[in-house]
Design a protein. Structure first.
Length: 114
């Protein structure tokens, strides 16, 4: 299936070489910065969530595994659900003050947004 992935080859010119193999460059995940160098912003969001409030933690620089681990820690300490994707952690409810306090106790440079 991966040999016939035509969408990733839209800008490629046709080759008459029968042995030609098209390769794509895989994007590397950034290395996880130490907690003291992370600059996290904790804000609240209600958009496209049917009026429900969620706490967003933005600005995390690192791998998806480290982001998921941090999200799991925050969700466990707050006792709520949430998710971690696209470099941002979503925690259910308005828990800005508690999340900022938890992040600062873990050594992160966290700041409360709106």
């Amino acid at each position: 299936m991966s040999d016939n992935d035509w969408k990733s080859r839209l800008g490629v010119v046709y080759s008459t070489n029968p042995d030609f193999k098209y390769t794509t460059e895989a994007q590397q995940e950034p290395q996880t910065l130490p907690p003291a160098k992370q600059r996290l912003i904790v804000r609240i969001d209600r958009r496209q969530r049917a009026g429900k409030q969620v706490t967003l933690v933005e600005g995390f620089v690192g791998t998806q595994e480290d982001l998921s681990a941090l999200a799991k820690t925050l969700k466990t300490k707050c006792g709520v659900g949430g998710t971690a994707k696209d470099g941002e952690i979503t925690v259910q409810g308005d828990l800005r003050d508690k999340v900022v306090a938890l992040l600062q106790s873990m050594g992160y440079n966290a700041k409360r947004g709106n």
